[in-house]
Design a binder for this molecule. Structure first.
Ligand SMILES: Nc1nc2c(ncn2[C@@H]2O[C@H](COP(=O)(O)OP(=O)(O)OP(=O)(O)O)[C@@H](O)[C@H]2O)c(=O)[nH]1
Ligand SMILES: [Mg+2]
Length: 156
């Protein structure tokens, strides 16, 4: 299976990025790393889990890279959209970019997984708020799931 991981990032402060690479690192090596740098363009990673091989495109979130999201999502089995659930100021932009992406002809019907990341941070938005701010209930013609995820405070 092949998936693409997209979502926002903030040029001014790397800690305000949504956490796509961190997430892919955990899937890939089972390990959390503090050492992440903003992704330039994309990272490609192949991960084996049991008898499933995941080909993962981890795409950069900076505005100048967002026009490339569609290219890396084209032909994948699912799109994973990572949003920083503690960064409410960026929900509008996230909503806009997500719907912009889903509006592309080439992505018709492709299933969407939304991950509300950083649920270890106080004041993060729960799933039901993400569904409304990101207007996930308005998405038609594809499977949509939304989960709240984040660092496990007990394991770090
Ligand atoms: N508190 C908290 N911080 C996180 C979590 N996941 C990622 N981060 C932090 O968020 C920052 C950005 O993480 P990245 O994985 O580089 O984000 P990205 O979405 O890949 O960013 P770009 O590649 O620039 O688009 C880093 O400082 C991470 O340590 C989380 O679940 N909780
Ligand atoms: Mg990244």
């Amino acid at each position: 299976a092949e998936i693409s991981v997209v979502g926002l990032q903030n040029l001014m402060d790397i800690t305000q990025a949504s956490g796509k690479t961190s997430f892919v690192n955990v899937i890939g090596s089972g390990q959390w790393s503090e050492d992440v740098v903003p992704t330039v363009a994309f990272n490609y990673r192949k991960v084996r889990k049991g008898n499933v091989t995941l080909k993962i495109w981890d795409v950069a979130g900076q505005p100048k890279f967002r026009s490339m999201w569609e290219r890396y999502c084209n032909g994948v089995d699912a799109v994973v959209f990572v949003v920083d659930s503690a960064d409410k100021e960026k929900f509008d932009t996230a909503q806009f970019e997500l719907h912009q992406l889903l509006g592309q002809q080439t992505l018709t019907g492709v299933p969407l997984l939304v991950l509300g990341n950083k649920n270890d941070v106080d004041g993060h938005a729960p799933v039901k708020d993400l569904i409304s701010v990101l207007q996930l209930d308005k998405i038609q013609g594809r499977a949509v799931s939304c989960y709240s995820v984040g660092l496990d405070p007990l394991s770090s």
